[in-house]
Design a protein around this ligand. Structure first.
Ligand code: CRA
Length: 833
């Protein structure tokens, strides 16, 4: 009551203080600065000022949802790749005019100020960025929902090049403070590890008591997420691991400084670093510790809020809360929710199992078999003994149920099927070891399971989880990924956004991207094409500036800007791209100067990080830089072909590159890229695609018109057969020539490139797993089609417009609406403005 009284006299926000004054105030009172600001200061002052408006909106939403008590969706994810927040916050809150004007008065430009912000890079790639786009859409659609994850002290490593090789530097992103978060000193939970499990008598009941041997505190930090064009601001709650006791003074007094600090170090180690691995899991114990850490804190947090309103009426939980497991990383939630309801709340097993499976849903994001997480039973039993017991009981029930369900099968066949579907199974590479299969646990413990693009969801049903699909066909769904049109079109490409708004006569497309289809009517309109081309040209000039800054080279602004940016992975086949660039170079070399003048000039850009332990990916990066070193200097060809590796690819770099791209490459081996999401961002920005029949490329082609896309390569259905036959493949003579060139040292570093050449040598059984040799000829053909099309600028522009016009489906608003309707059963609840 006392608290409420003070709350009532706090004035409504700082809205009445003019922004320039407020920025100067923030600099004076938070940073002790009085005039003579740097750009970095301007960023700090602006963001701490904007933060207050954000918090006003956040508090209102919070109060509204508290009063309404709607069903909530909790998005559990080990990664949230948020990028920068200033521009997004200012635009989503509709404050852009006010703050641009304020900064002008202080002598700054919004864009330059925004550039001073560091990316929040708490994710590896597509999966983490998807989670960030989803939060934007959930808030924009007024869906009651929060994200839950880890506040890594060090996010995705910074990538630098030394002599053309990748080096990894720590991402120290919090040193200057973070205006976009709020530490919640009243929200902390204990998380335990290890120890023992005992049964004790409590009256007539037997209870289970887990006594962990190690405990840490999960400290909450809230990151408000502003929706666009709505008063809703939702929340991303991230957990920081801190020790239970600040400091062991007695150890310190006894002269043992190391021991005094030990507990702190051990605790802080849990949320210290993001595993820099994409699509392949890190089987290390610390990773499981991180997973349990954030899941345990998040579930306790949700249950404590639930209990504050509904007491022990847990039957109601599935009507008030549901959890989305973003890949298998948070799957320990199945056992943790069981444990909390069984051991802490004292409910009985059957009831708890029903509640748990009603509340959880699982998204699969990858087909890479090595990426399906499996934890050794030994590791789990030691770190999470009670959870291991619970998983064992779940598995007993599950396999027993299966036995009944499959009773009509012959006993041998039945035993085989049960063994194949058991959550706990042998390690096929080491029969001594038993593993917990997290994907199986997620499927058995969830109401719905989904893939992230139509083809991927089919592969999940027909291959990866086919046994389960046969038993629970209705559990399996597709939810094709999407990206937020705010960050990925409206805010990163304001020039294109205004052209679209002027042309359509409304900016409603920002909330309703289906309206972009209206651009189709202008696709062949010459006057419109000219305006469209002018925007692309301006964006290309910006990218050219960046290339100049990084590499010191001027590039031809009329060249075709050809881009491949994504994590470096063999399945994504950056190597294939490089091979075609070398081929192009060799062709140019053979031409007479006159012939060359007729060739389409290209500036090729490749960017992306290699996981630190992924040796082959690092060699691919070196190949890109080595080839670039040769061709960018060649006086005969340098006006016609360039290749640059742009280091430290991240969200903000993508925001500069994507609007400038004319051609983007999505050339994974068919059936390997679950969806891809940069393809959607390029499409929105009118960038043509060269790609395989894979992931969301297929749906993008359907929406854009398949003839507008440069499709090549074998289809997913052919892959298994081709893999078996690849040692008999007669390779293209051009391919053989390129292999000899690299092996022969045309780009130096012969020995270092040898394993790369070997990796695609089809004569070696087991190699060229990703079928580069197979797709090579059709890829070169598709590249020729690209050139031919680019020579006809009007046709190129028509297609470019058709891409943006066809991108309506790929807004994450559409994806989130589908999740909300088909899986979460959550409905909008908007606070009053
Ligand atoms: N690496 C897939 O490979 C997909 C994203 C988001 C990935 C991408 O094709 O677009 O997820 N998978 O759904 C993944 O991380 C653990 O698996 C990715 O980002």
């Amino acid at each position: 009551a006392e608290l409420n009284k003070t709350a009532a006299v706090v004035p409504e926000s700082t809205a009445l203080v003019p922004a320039p004054v407020d920025i100067a105030n923030k600099l004076r009172y938070l940073f002790g600065r009085n005039g003579d600001y740097t750009v970095a200061d301007a960023y700090q002052g602006t963001s701490w000022s904007v933060r207050e408006k954000l918090i006003d909106s956040f508090n209102k939403t919070h109060e509204h949802w508290k009063k309404e008590d709607p069903k909530f969706i909790y998005y559990l994810s080990a990664e949230f790749l948020m990028g920068r927040s200033l521009i997004n916050t200012v635009y989503n809150l509709g404050l852009e005019g006010e703050y641009a004007e304020a900064l002008n008065q202080l002598g700054y430009e919004m864009e330059k100020v925004a550039d001073a912000e560091r990316d929040a890079a708490l994710g590896n790639g597509g999966l983490g960025r998807l989670a960030a786009c989803f939060l934007d859409s959930m808030a924009t659609l007024d869906l009651p929902g929060w994200g839950y994850g880890i506040r890594y002290k060090y996010g995705m490593f910074k990538q630098a090049l030394r002599n053309g090789y990748q080096v990894e530097l720590p991402d120290i992103w919090l040193t200057k403070g973070n205006p976009w978060e709020l530490r919640r000193d009243d929200v902390k939970f204990e998380v335990g590890f290890g120890g023992r499990v005992e049964r004790r008598k409590q009256g007539s009941k037997e209870i289970t008591v887990w006594t962990p041997s190690e405990k840490v505190i999960a400290q909450a930090y809230d990151n408000p997420i502003p929706g666009f064009n709505t008063p809703t601001t939702s929340n991303l709650r991230l957990w920081d691991a801190v020790p239970l006791t600040e400091f062991d003074l007695s150890a310190f007094n006894a002269g043992d400084y190391d021991r005094a600090m030990l507990e702190r170090e051990r605790a802080e180690g849990i949320s210290a670093v993001l595993y820099p691995n994409d699509s392949t899991p890190e089987g290390k114990e610390l990773r499981l510790k991180q997973q349990y850490f954030f899941v345990c804190a998040s579930l306790q947090d949700v249950l404590s809020r639930f209990k504050a309103v509904h007491g022990n009426n847990f039957d109601l939980l599935p009507e008030k809360a549901c959890f989305q497991l973003n890949d298998t990383h948070p799957t320990i939630a199945v056992a943790e929710l069981m444990r909390l309801l069984l051991d802490v709340e004292g409910l009985d097993w059957d009831k708890v199992w029903t509640i748990t499976t009603k509340c959880l849903n699982y998204t699969n994001h990858t087909v890479m078999p090595e990426a399906l997480e499996k934890w050794p039973v030994k590791v789990m039993a030691k770190m999470l003994p009670r959870h291991m017991e619970i998983i064992e009981v779940i598995n007993e029930g599950w396999t027993k149920w299966l036995g009944g369900h499959l009773k009509d099968l012959a006993p041998e066949e039945r035993a085989k099927r049960i063994a194949a579907m058991s959550i706990i199974h042998e390690n096929p590479w080491n029969k001594e070891e038993m593993l917990v299969n997290m994907a199986y646990l997620a499927v058995v413990g969830s109401s719905a399971v989904n893939g992230v693009a139509a083809i991927h969801s089919n592969i999940v049903k027909d291959e990866i989880l086919n046994d389960f699909y046969q038993i629970f066909p209705s559990k399996f769904q597709n939810k094709t990924n999407g990206v937020t049109p705010r960050r990925w079109l409206a805010w990163c490409n304001p020039e294109l956004a205004s052209l679209i708004t002027d042309t359509l006569g409304t900016s409603e497309w920002i909330n309703d991207t289906e309206k972009l289809a209206g651009l189709r009517a202008y696709a062949s309109d010459k006057a419109f094409q000219a305006k469209w081309a002018a925007v692309k040209k301006a964006k290309k000039a910006k990218l050219a500036e960046l290339i100049k800054k990084v590499h010191g080279d001027e590039v031809n602004p009329n060249a075709l800007f050809d881009i491949q940016i994504k994590r470096i992975h063999e399945y994504k086949r950056q190597y294939l791209n490089v091979l075609s660039i070398i081929w192009r170079y060799k062709q140019l070399k053979k031409m007479s100067p006159e012939e060359r003048k007729k060739a389409v000039a290209r500036v090729c850009v490749i960017g992306g990080k290699a996981a630190s332990a992924y040796d082959m990916a690092k060699r691919i990066i070196r190949l890109v830089t080595a080839v670039g070193d040769v061709i960018n200097k060649d006086p005969e060809t340098k006006d016609y072909l360039r290749l640059y590796f742009l280091p430290d690819y991240n969200v903000s770099l993508a925001e500069t590159i994507i609007p400038a791209a004319e051609l983007s490459q999505h050339i994974s081996t068919a059936g390997t890229e679950a969806s891809g999401t940069s393809n959607m961002k390029f499409q929105m920005n009118g960038c043509l695609i060269i790609g395989t029949w894979d992931g969301a490329n297929i749906e993008i082609a359907e929406e854009t018109g398949i003839d507008n896309v440069f499709v090549f390569g074998v289809r997913a259905e052919e892959i298994n057969q081709l893999r078996k036959e690849r040692k008999n493949l007669k390779t293209d003579p051009r391919w053989d020539e390129l292999m000899r060139d690299i092996e022969g040292g045309m780009f130096g570093d012969k020995d270092y490139f040898k394993p790369l050449v070997d990796s695609v040598n089809n004569m070696k059984v087991g190699n060229d797993w990703f079928l580069l040799a197979n797709d090579f000829a059709s890829y070169l053909k598709a590249q020729e089609d690209v050139d031919a099309c680019y020579k006809d600028q009007s046709e190129w522009l028509r297609r470019s417009i058709m891409y943006t016009a066809g991108s309506g489906k790929f807004s994450s608003d559409r994806t989130i609406r589908e999740y909300a309707e088909d899986i979460w059963h959550v409905t909008p609840s908007r606070p009053t403005a």
